[in-house]
Design a protein around this ligand. Structure first.
Ligand code: ZN
Length: 255
């Protein structure tokens, strides 16, 4: 059965309008988690999603995975306590060169400064069972970057995070969702077992493990919009392209 993967960024109130889309308040995030529980979904760790799409295990009827991009400190401060409250697994994709620093690559978009996870917070997250993945070293548009840089970004970030954790880091998320076939190959070459895109849609048996699909949960999403995203793995509720794809998915389910 299909798995919806949710993508979050910041779990905190927005500091300005520019970043509002990417900020889910802790209250809204807790309500999302409650909806997942009430709707009877099983929350899968990333590795189980990979096992399911590879056909190694049967995927549950209602399954969802939770991911956070960038590695902002609120993953530890605000998201972790709520995840623990519900006993849900999750993945955090960290920009390795900014560990202990700031989200300064966001400045050009007018985003306010936010503190990034420190090495000890990353270790603590891992100890609490949160899966730590790579989001490259410098958060570049990999789909528009030359090969040598792509290779370095995928390999260096893996090495840095593995050094922090003392264990293998095998999951990846493309910054800005930017990828091309060369990027995808570099991710495979670097030794990752799976990678998240920002394309919406369900993940099911046969889905490309290096182009996993995710639904972006936006700061402004109302509870009904979250419910629809959870159910149909859409991105925007309700734009035309998503509606069309949604219809195809419903028809597939019924067949
Ligand atoms: Zn990112």
């Amino acid at each position: 059965m299909p798995v919806t993967m949710l993508m979050y960024h910041v779990i905190a109130a927005p500091k300005n309008a520019a970043e509002a889309r990417f900020c889910r308040t802790p209250d809204a995030f807790r309500k999302d988690m409650e909806q997942i529980r009430q709707a009877g979904y099983q929350v899968l760790p990333f590795a189980s999603v990979l096992d399911g799409i590879a056909g190694r295990v049967e995927l549950p009827d209602k399954a969802v995975a939770i991911t956070f991009d960038d590695g902002i400190a609120c993953a530890f401060e605000n998201a972790l306590p709520i995840l623990q409250e519900f006993g849900y697994p999750a993945s955090v994709f960290v920009v390795s060169s900014r560990v202990g620093g700031y989200n300064d690559w966001c400045e050009v978009f007018g985003f306010p400064r936010r503190r990034m996870l420190t090495t000890s917070e990353i270790r603590a997250l891992a100890e609490f069972g949160v899966d730590i993945g790579s989001h490259t070293a410098n958060h570049l548009w990999l789909g528009k970057t030359e090969e040598t840089v792509i290779t370095k970004e995928t390999q260096d970030s893996k090495a840095v995070l593995e050094d922090i954790l003392g264990r293998e880091v095998s999951h990846f998320a493309y910054p800005f969702g930017s990828w091309n076939p060369m990027t995808r190959n570099a991710v495979i070459e670097a030794g990752y077992t799976g990678a998240c895109s920002t394309m919406s849609g369900w993940n099911r048996k046969g889905t490309d493990p290096y182009l996993l699909r995710r639904s972006e949960i936006k700061g402004s999403d109302a509870p009904w919009q979250f419910r629809m995203k959870l159910r149909f793995a859409t991105n925007d509720m309700p734009p035309i392209s998503d509606a069309r794809r949604m219809l195809r998915q419903i028809l597939k389910t019924w067949n």
